[in-house]
Write a protein that binds this ligand. Structure first.
Ligand code: ZN
Length: 249
C-alpha cells in the first residue's frame, strides 16, 4: 500500500479545477484517491468529472448534489442559483453517469495502519443533510467517533479540522503545505473544495493523507478559473456562481 493517499471533495463539475488537482496528485505519486462527494452541481462539466472519477477508480461517497442529480433526492433545500444549476446538470448526465452516482454509498470505513477512519460527505449524523459549521454542530458528529478514530468530510467547502478532547471542541486553522498530526481524540478533517472554494482562497484545495503516519497536509493548486467561467456563461449558468469562483467564497 502506498503510504500517501489523496482526499478531495466538492469538485462540483469544475473540470479545470479537478484536472489541476489530479495533475498534482499524479505529480506527487499519491494514491489511492478518495472523493468525498459532490462531483457534480454548479460547474459546467459534470459528465467529465463523473467519468474522470470513475476512470481513475477513486473511492467515492455520495454528496447531496450527486443525490439530487441522480434523482435520489429532491432539491427542496437548494437556493435559486443552485436549483437552476442543478436542473441544467440533470439534463447533462447520461443514464450511465446517473447509475454510477446512484451506486455510491453515503459513507465508508477505511482501516488504516494508524486507526479507523470514516469518509462521508457532510457529517456523521445524517450524512449530507446538515452542515458542520460551529463547535455545536461539530460536536454532534465528533460524538459518533470512538477514541482514536477520525472522519474525513466535505460539504462546507472550507478546509479545517475539528477535535474534541473531553467535552472541549476546538477548530483548527489550516496551514497549507505543513503536516498536521491527527491526534488520538475524535477528529474531523475537511480537505476544502476542489471546484468552489469558500475560504477566500480561489485555488482548488485537497488533502494529502499519510495513513501510516496518522497525519495530513492541505494543498492548494491554481487552475484556469477564466476557462471555467467562460464555459459557465456559455451554458447560461447563474452569474453569481460564475463570479464567486474569482473570490473563492
Ligand atoms: Zn458541495
Amino acid at each position: 500500500m502506498n503510504r500517501y493517499a489523496a482526499v478531495f471533495t466538492d469538485a462540483h463539475g469544475n473540470r479545470e479545477a479537478l484536472a489541476a488537482v489530479l495533475g498534482a496528485v499524479d505529480a506527487e505519486g499519491l494514491g489511492p484517491v478518495y472523493c468525498l462527494g459532490d462531483i457534480v452541481g454548479y460547474g459546467p462539466d459534470p459528465s467529465w468529472c463523473v467519468q474522470e472519477v470513475r476512470r481513475r477508480g477513486c473511492t467515492c461517497v455520495l454528496g447531496n448534489h450527486d443525490a439530487v442529480a441522480a434523482g435520489l433526492r429532491t432539491a427542496d433545500d437548494f437556493n435559486p442559483p443552485a436549483l437552476k444549476a442543478m436542473k441544467w446538470t440533470q439534463a447533462q448526465l447520461s443514464d450511465d453517469e446517473r447509475a454510477f452516482l446512484t451506486s455510491l454509498p453515503t459513507r465508508r470505513q477505511v482501516q488504516t495502519p494508524s486507526g479507523m477512519a470514516i469518509v462521508v460527505h457532510g457529517n456523521l449524523v445524517d450524512d449530507f443533510v446538515s452542515y458542520i459549521t460551529s463547535p455545536e454542530t461539530a460536536q454532534l458528529s465528533l460524538a459518533y467517533l470512538h477514541p482514536g478514530s477520525y472522519a474525513l468530510f466535505g460539504h462546507t467547502h472550507r478546509p479545517l479540522a475539528w477535535t474534541m478532547t473531553g467535552e472541549v471542541v476546538v477548530r483548527h486553522a489550516v496551514v497549507t503545505d505543513e503536516w498536521f498530526a491527527i491526534p488520538r481524540v475524535p477528529t474531523l478533517l475537511n480537505p476544502g473544495s476542489v471546484g468552489q472554494p469558500r475560504d477566500k482562497d480561489n485555488r482548488a484545495s485537497f488533502l494529502v493523507w499519510d495513513r501510516e503516519g496518522r497525519r495530513c497536509m492541505w494543498r492548494r493548486v491554481e487552475y484556469a478559473i477564466a476557462d471555467t467561467q467562460a464555459k459557465m456563461r456559455a451554458a447560461g449558468l447563474p452569474e453569481f456562481l460564475v463570479t464567486r469562483l474569482d473570490a473563492g467564497h
